[in-house]
Design a protein around this ligand. Sequence first.
Ligand code: ASP
Length: 605
Amino acid sequence: MLNTISCGALRPDHVGATVTLAGWVHRRRDHGSLVFIDLRNRDGIVQVVFNPEQAVDAHETAETLRNEWVIQVSGTVTRRVEGTENPNLPTGEVEVMAEQATVLNESLTPPFYVNEETDVDELLRLKYRYVDLRRAGMRDTLITRHRVVSFIRRFLDERDFLEIETPILIKSTPEGARDYLVPSRLYPGSFYALPQSPQQLKQLLMVSGVERYFQIARCFRDEDSRADRQPEHTQLDLEMSFVEEDDILGLIEELYSDLVESLFPDKWVMKPFPRMTYTESMELYGTDKPDLRFELYMADLSDIAAETEFRVFQSVIANGGIVKGFRAPGCASYSRRQVDELTEFVRARGAQGLVSIALTGEKGPLSSLTQEMVRSSAARFLTLDQIRAIADRTEAEIGDIIFIIAGPPKPTNTALSYLRNEMGRRLGLADPNLLAFAFIVDFPLFEWSEDHGRWDAMHHAFTMPQSGYEQYIESDPGKVLAHCYDLVCNGEELASGSIRVHDRQLQESIFRALGYTEEQMEQRFGQLLTALEYGAPPHGGIAPGIDRLLMVLTGKDNIRDVIAFPKTQNAIDPLFEAPGPVEQDQLDELHIKVVDEGPETQSGS
Ligand code: ASP
C-alpha cells in the first residue's frame, strides 16, 4: 500500500506515530512560512503541516500543490496546539507534521468545488461524476447504499435465502413498461429484451425447488422519466415457496425495522407496520401510497353536496363524480392569495377547482358556528346546517379551513392527495425522523384502462386472486380482489408483491381476462405456463426498490442522487454520452438499418 493508515482514521491515540498518508488535496492554506494541507481520502480529512524548518523539500513540494492533486505524505502525528483543535473534524485533535511529500498525480482545476456542498448544475455534475462522487454528500450516500445492501444480504442469508443471478439478456417480461431491446447478431431480426424485472425467472426458480431466492436485481423499463424514475433501477427481488401473504409481510417488516434500528438509530418506525386495504387507503388518503406521518383524513361529502344548491356539486354528482375534502388545521386565516395559490396547485394536478370553507372566530363547539364565521366562495350556496355537516364529517374545528374538490373519482382523489401532502409539508405536520412504513393490501386484480379500452393487471398478471373470486375473473374482472400488497413509506411506494398463481388453468384464465389470445399466451408466457405443469409449489414474493428506499432513508428527493452513475431525466448519460451512434460495421453485423426520421423523410413518406 502507498499509505500506512487512512487520513480519516487518525486520533489522539496515534500521537507520536510515524505514518504515511495518501489522498487528495482538499484545501491548502498558507500561514506565513507554514503550509497547511487538508488531506482527504474516502473516510475523512486530516490536517498536514509543512514547516520549512523541519522539512525543506516537503515544504517546497507543498507550495506547488493545488486542490485535488493526489499526494503521498509521511510524517509524525502530533497533538494540535491547544485552542487550534477543530471540533468539526473527527481527526480535529491531531495533525501530521510532514517530513516527506510526493505528488502522485496532478489534477486540472475541477469544474466545481469538491470541498463545498454548493449547488452545481446537474448536467455538469453528471459529466464529471467522478469528481462529484468525491464530494461529502455523494460519498456518504454511496456508503449508506453499500451498508443498506450489505445489511439486506446478511439478513436474508441468515434466513436461508439463496442469492441467484438471473439473465439480463432475456425475453419480454412485462411489468407495464416498454422493453429495452437488444438485437441478435446470430439471429437476424430477432431480439432479446432486457428484463423489466426477473418476475418469471424467480417464479421458475420456485418451480426449480429453490424455496427462498433473492437478488439485488437491475430492472430495465423504457418509460418516460420522472424525478423518482430511471431507465434502469435496482430492486431487492425476493421470492419464497410454501408461504402465505402474512409470511412475506412479516419478513419485510422485520427486515425494514431491523435495518432502520441498526443503521439509522435516529429514525423510528411504527411497529407493527399499519396495514390498510386499498379501498380504505383510497377513501382516507385519496391514494394507495399514503403519507402516514401525519393524520389528516379525507371524507366523502358527496351525499351532503348532492343536497346543496351548488350547481358545481350537483352536476359532478349527476355525472357519477364525487365530492371529497379534508380539514387543514388552524388555517382559517388563510388569505385569498394563499387559497388561490392552492387552487392553482390542485388545478395543475388534474382538479377543476378548489372549494374552501374557512371556519373563523372563537374556538368552540360546531353548534356555536354562525354564518358570519364562515368564509367561503361557496357560502351562499350552502346552508349553515350543510356547512356544519361538512365540518362534522371532516372533523373540522373552528379555526380550520376545509378544502373540497369535486369531480370524477380518480383525478379528484389524486389532486386531493397531493394537496394533503402539500398541507402536511406547509404545516410541518410530519416528524422528520419517522419512517412511516405501512402495507396496503387487498388490491383489485384488474383495473380498467381507459387508454387501452380493456382490463389491465393492477400489479401484474401472475397475481393470485383471493379465494372465492376465481369465478369472476372472466365474467366480472373488476370485482376480483387479489393477494397483492404494497409497502409504502412517507408517501412513496417502496415495494409491490403478491402471492402468485401456480396453476396453469387459473393463469390462462387471467391472461384471457387481460385479452391475450391463446397464441399470444403461448408465445409470451409459454415457458411459465409449461413450468406450472411440472410441480410448481405455492409461492409468492415482493420486490422493494432499493433506489427509492435510499431516497426515503437519506431524505433525497431526486433518485439520481442515490445512484452512482444515473441517467438524466431525458435518459442520457452525459459522462459516456450514451446513447450514441455506433459504427456502420456494428449495425451491419446486427442486420440493422437506421431509417432517418428527420423532418424531410417524414414529410416525404
Ligand atoms: N416483479 C414485481 C415488480 O417488479 C414485483 C413482484 O411482484 O415481486 O414490481
